[in-house]
Each structure stands twice: as structure tokens, then as C-alpha cells.
Design a protein around this ligand. Structure first.
Ligand code: BT5
Length: 266
């Protein structure tokens, strides 16, 4: 069954997110479609869903894979009033929301691999892509894109993702209604959106949800690779690594191209 605004909106309890819902059969990327809606004046919280993307994208020009009709592909227009130095918090709240939604929908523990991957059992189940617009050095518009694997079977996954990815259905052992998963996502994003003006709650949840705190990781930034142990993860300050040389180095989420946890699937 296709996602429709009616099926998502029935029993949806949110204040802002999902007050307007657009469901498409196909588009290049729901983020692009949400930009169009936003630039045409769509209100705060407008959510765009698609059955299929022909150019679904991740960060750094990477692509997002989603077989038609089996995932939640969603982009939400957010218009918070925040200062430029708080921009990374938007990715943090989106990742926290996606992790909460995974737990609600599949009843399994979800972790966050800094800065934007949601993992279950070390495998990626969802990814977050936040884009923003600034007007005279103040951010005024965000598009929060979330791709969540719902009814994707292990055999449906392309070879390169078979070990690295998972889905709600794989984890639960049964199909999951996409409208319910979409609703869980909008509700958790609505809750976390309200936390954006502070940092305490986000900071606490960000550490608790971390898949990498205290672990040995390898980080790619600016084409270079760094190995070390994660001393701190912070939604504003980023990741602090104790490098093998003994020095500490901080990495900002938006600059981290890839992060691998050593000795784990992720
Ligand atoms: C992300 O990028 O994880 C952000 C993905 C955001 C996708 C949503 S879908 C709705 C909205 N519209 C869009 O066009 N995008 C957003 P990144 O951290 O760059 O990770 C991308 C990498 O994840 C790829 O290079 C693959 O290795 C892997 N990957 C691709 N598809 C996957 C999937 N379905 N499940 C798990 N891993 C996947």
C-alpha cells in the first residue's frame, strides 16, 4: 500500500511536524522537492514523502538506495529561529528522532554513529541528510532528509550493503506498516524539534545514543584518515579523538566523511 497524507495523519500527534504532508509516487530526491515547497512558502513542519527516488542522495555526493515502495523517504521543512553556531544541533535532533522512531517501530535498540547514521546491531538502518539556507549569516531554513529502511529484505539489499545495512522488517522479523513508521518519525521529530532552543537534553541523549563513545574508530576527513579512541561526542563541539600519537583532535560532524568502528560491522 502506498503512503498517503491521510494514512500518515490518522492518529498523528504532533504540534508542528507533519501539519502539511505531501506524498509523491516518485521524485529525484525528497530533499529537492522539500526545497521547492519551502521556497514557495511551505509552512514550518511540512513533510514530503516519496515511494521512490531516482536520485536519492547522501552526504558528499554519495547515493541513497531504496527499493520502490518499501522504505520511508522523507524530507521535512524546518524554520527554527537559531544562531549559526547551533546549526549542527539540527542534524543531532534529526538523528535522535530517527533513532527513537526505529525503537518505537521495531522495538529494538538504535544507536547513532556520529554524525548521521542510525544503527541497529552495528548495521545502518537509517541515514540523515540536513541542508540549510542562510540569510545574512543567520540560518533561516532547513531541509531535514531521513531515509529509513522499512520492508527491505536482506536479499533485496545490493551486495555492498548486505552486511552493512538492515531494516525494520529484518530486525523485527515481520513486515512493518510504513504509515506507522512514518508517523513515529514525524512524532519523534516534533518532540526533538522543541528541544532545539536548549542543548542539555540533546547533549545527554547524544552521548547515551552514541555507538562510538569509548571505542576505537577510524575517521576520514579532508581525504585523510585518523585512528584513535573516541573520548567525547558532542552535538555542538563534535567528536574528540585521542589519536594514536597521544594528541587529542576534534572533528566537526559536517567534515567527517566516513567513520568506521574498528572490529565491528559498522
Ligand atoms: C546518509 O548519507 O546517510 C544520508 C541519507 C539520507 C537519505 C534521505 S532519503 C530522503 C532524503 N532525500 C534524499 O535525497 N536524501 C534523504 P551518508 O552518510 O553519505 O551515507 C551514504 C552511504 O550509506 C552510501 O554511500 C552507502 O554506503 C550507504 N547506504 C546507501 N543506501 C543505504 C541504505 N538504504 N541503508 C543503509 N546504508 C545505505
Amino acid at each position: 500500500v502506498k503512503l498517503t497524507p491521510e494514512s500518515i495523519r490518522s492518529r498523528l500527534h504532533t504540534r508542528v511536524v507533519g501539519k502539511r504532508i505531501v506524498c509523491l509516487d516518485a521524485c529525484e530526491s525528497t530533499n529537492d522537492r522539500a526545497w521547492q515547497e519551502a521556497l514557495a512558502g511551505a509552512p514550518d513542519g511540512t513533510a514530503v514523502f516519496a515511494e521512490e527516488q531516482t536520485k536519492g542522495r547522501g552526504r558528499f555526493g554519495r547515493s541513497w538506495y531504496a527499493p520502490k515502495g518499501s522504505c520511508v523517504l522523507c524530507s521535512v521543512v524546518l524554520r527554527p529561529s537559531i544562531e549559526a553556531d547551533r546549526v549542527p544541533l539540527v542534524t543531532a535532533v534529526a538523528a535522535l528522532a530517527a533513532a527513537d522512531a526505529v525503537e518505537d517501530a521495531a522495538g529494538v535498540e538504535a544507536k547513532i554513529r556520529f554524525p548521521n547514521d542510525i544503527l541497529v546491531g552495528g548495521r545502518k538502518i537509517a541515514g540523515v541528510l540536513v541542508e540549510s539556507r542562510f540569510i545574512s549569516s543567520k540560518p533561516d531554513l532547513f531541509i531535514v532528509g531521513i531515509g529509513l529502511n522499512v520492508n527491505v529484505g536482506r536479499a533485496d539489499l545490493p551486495a555492498e550493503l548486505r552486511e552493512a545495512a538492515t531494516s525494520l522488517a529484518i530486525e523485527r522479523g515481520a513486515e512493518v506498516a510504513r504509515a506507522a513508521a512514518a508517523r513515529a518519525l514525524l512524532e519523534s521529530l516534533d518532540r526533538w524539534y522543541r528541544e532545539l532552543d536548549g542543548v542539555k537534553a540533546i547533549r545527554k541523549a547524544w552521548r547515551e545514543r552514541s555507538a562510538i563513545l569509548g571505542k576505537r574508530v577510524r575517521v576520514r576527513e579532508g581525504g585523510r584518515s585518523y585512528g584513535g579512541v573516541v573520548n567525547e561526542v558532542d552535538p555542538l563541539d563534535g567528536l574528540v579523538l585521542r589519536l594514536d600519537s597521544g594528541h587529542e583532535r576534534a572533528f566537526r560532524g559536517e567534515h567527517v566523511e566516513r567513520l568506521e568502528v574498528e572490529g565491528s560491522l559498522g
